[in-house]
Ligand binder design. Structure first.
Ligand SMILES: Cc1cc2nc3c(=O)[nH]c(=O)nc-3n(C[C@H](O)[C@H](O)[C@H](O)COP(=O)(O)O)c2cc1C
Length: 239
């Protein structure tokens, strides 16, 4: 099984998104998957021009020459793609969004109606399935409501099964260096690793693991207090 990660965090290797991705991939590899981890922030990707030439002049191919020429074949030849992003303005980062918009050539211009709604006709017989990974700054799971919906809509449009969503609130805690947080973070990342293993081995992940991700890592009151103290400290240094 081939799994490719497209990570849209500008922090790349040092990001909280990557901490989750790393644990997930560890589990996938243990279960025998072949993995590739791509940081989109390191790639030259122009924005979609909206010309529709990928549907008319050069069907199935964008007229722009940049690193999407290599990324689309990697996307299409994967069994599972992991779409990873920090939550930015309630949604995916612009880095990941730009990548999605450049996937227009992989569907045909023509319309079809599926379950009462219009979508584009697939260009290919097989599309990769999706795993969505995100983390955000705020502590409530409801912060992911746009992404919950968006991930489902995108999977529908790109003919993918949405296999799993790993959304982590209080994401900045993942890189906080505090002794009391270590066992909490360890437990979370172990559960993500286990999920990667189970997904590759069994095709699904235990419900209790998925449900555990909806709970905050530390109580919300404590989190707010500590987060505000942290910003006070930072601001004191510039005074
Ligand atoms: C421009 C910007 C927008 C953000 N928007 C949100 C947001 O809407 N909701 C939220 O909970 N966190 C938001 N955050 C916080 C990030 O999701 C958080 O810092 C995350 O841990 C970053 O992940 P990364 O280290 O992988 O980049 C935002 C951060 C930035 C820089």
């Amino acid at each position: 099984m081939k799994i490719t990660v497209f990570n849209g965090s500008p922090r790349k290797f040092t990001g909280n998104t990557h901490r989750i991705v790393k644990a997930f991939l560890k589990g996938c590899e243990k279960a025998g998957a072949k993995i590739e981890n791509i940081f989109l922030a390191s790639k030259k990707i122009n924005h979609c021009m909206g010309c529709f030439h990928c549907w008319t002049k050069t069907p199935g191919k964008c007229i722009q020459r940049d690193e999407m020429d290599q990324l689309i074949p990697k996307f299409m030849s994967s069994d599972i793609v992991v779409l990873a992003t920090p939550l930015y303005t309630d949604s995916v980062s612009s880095i990941l969004k730009k990548f999605f918009e450049r996937l227009l050539p992989i569907v045909k211009p023509h319309f079809e109606r599926v379950n009462g709604e219009t979508k584009h006709i697939p260009r290919y017989e097989k599309y990769p399935d999706f795993v969505f990974i995100s983390n955000c700054g705020y502590p409530e799971y409801s912060q992911f409501q746009v992404l919950e919906h968006f991930s489902e809509r995108l999977a529908r449009e790109l003919n993918a099964k949405l296999l799993l969503k790993i959304f982590r609130t209080q994401g900045e805690l993942l890189s906080a260096d505090h002794i009391l947080l270590k066992p909490i973070i360890y437990k979370f990342l172990k559960s993500v690793e286990k999920a990667g293993y189970q997904l590759v081995k069994n095709g699904h992940v235990e419900k209790k693991i998925i449900e555990s991700w909806e709970k905050p890592l530390i109580p919300i009151d404590m989190f707010l207090k500590k987060a505000n103290e942290h910003w006070d400290e930072k601001l004191k240094k510039i005074q």
